[in-house]
Design a protein around this ligand. Structure first.
Ligand SMILES: [Zn+2]
Length: 72
């Protein structure tokens, strides 16, 4: 079963869903809206560029950089 990536047009939630067929109705898990956009299948897309989200955030939320040197 392919995994598709969707984006909700109502609340901008990004989510992935396993769909058994292209006719499967998919709705947003957050707001339950069906106003969504299918982005692409993850299968065969190993080189997809994704924004790097670092899990170790050393800076505070008011810092644009990864260190707090500018605001502390
Ligand atoms: Zn939504």
């Amino acid at each position: 079963m392919p995994i598709y990536e969707y984006k909700c047009n109502e609340c901008n939630e990004d989510f992935e869903k396993l769909v058994s067929s292209s006719t499967t109705e998919v709705s947003c898990p957050k707001c339950n809206s069906k106003n969504i956009t299918k982005k692409f299948s993850l299968f065969g897309m190993s080189g997809v560029e994704k924004p790097v989200t670092s899990t170790s955030t050393s800076g505070c939320s008011s810092c644009s950089s990864s260190s707090c040197k500018s605001c502390h």
